[in-house]
Design a protein around this ligand. Structure first.
Ligand code: MN3
Length: 204
């Protein structure tokens, strides 16, 4: 049974950057729906015993096209939003530490440059989707964007997502309306680099 993460903060704790109504709707409606559908589809496809990562990495093994598409969309929706919601804090660490800090300097030159590139990927994603910071198995970092609920696992690149930046309109429209760039700026105000650094330490 796949379960949503429990929010590690109150729904109003990310104000004013991410507003309470958006968290309540996004986590309490959208993420709930993805999770419910993913569980149903995983059961139907006979893959409910696998982890979400395993399912997303082996979608090709699901012969039925409708089930495969459903697992890609709802499994991605389930997994991506867990990553997204667990990465925030009302009292975030504003900079990466340890090995991640070194890897960022190596790949991007500076944290500001990483943020600029990730923001550009998020702003440039046409329509609904996500921007990602991901690591390969050797710890090399890269930035990408994907449509719908695709992610660096389901795209077959073998990368592990570290930062998930949701740019579906449901992630920002209630507060920011058409101003996606303002939401992207706000995202970094509550992104907890401690969570991201800890994730990276588990890979390398
Ligand atoms: Mn979303």
């Amino acid at each position: 049974m796949f379960e949503q993460i429990k929010l590690p903060y109150a729904t109003n704790a990310l104000e004013p950057y991410i507003d309470q109504l958006t968290v309540e709707t996004h986590y309490g409606k959208h993420h709930v729906a993805y999770t419910k559908m993913f569980n149903e589809l995983a059961e139907k496809a006979g893959v409910a015993g696998k982890t979400a990562e395993e399912i997303l990495a082996s979608l090709d093994e699901v012969a039925d096209e409708t089930l495969r598409k459903g697992l890609r969309n709802h499994g991605g929706g389930y997994y991506n939003h867990n990553l997204y919601f667990e990465s925030f804090s009302p009292t975030p660490e504003k900079e990466p530490s340890g090995k991640l800090a070194e890897a960022i300097d190596l790949a991007f030159g500076s944290l500001d440059e990483l943020k600029a590139q990730l923001s550009a990927a998020a702003a440039g994603q046409f329509g609904s989707g996500w921007a990602w910071l991901a690591s390969d198995m050797d710890g090399n970092l890269s930035i990408s964007a994907s449509a719908n609920q695709d992610n660096p696992i389901s795209d077959g690149s073998g990368r592990i997502p570290l930062i998930a930046l949701d740019v579906w309109e449901h992630a920002y429209y209630l507060k920011y309306k058409n101003l996606r760039a303002d939401y992207i700026k706000a995202f970094f105000e509550v992104l907890d680099w401690k969570v991201i650094s800890d994730k990276y330490d588990k890979i390398v």
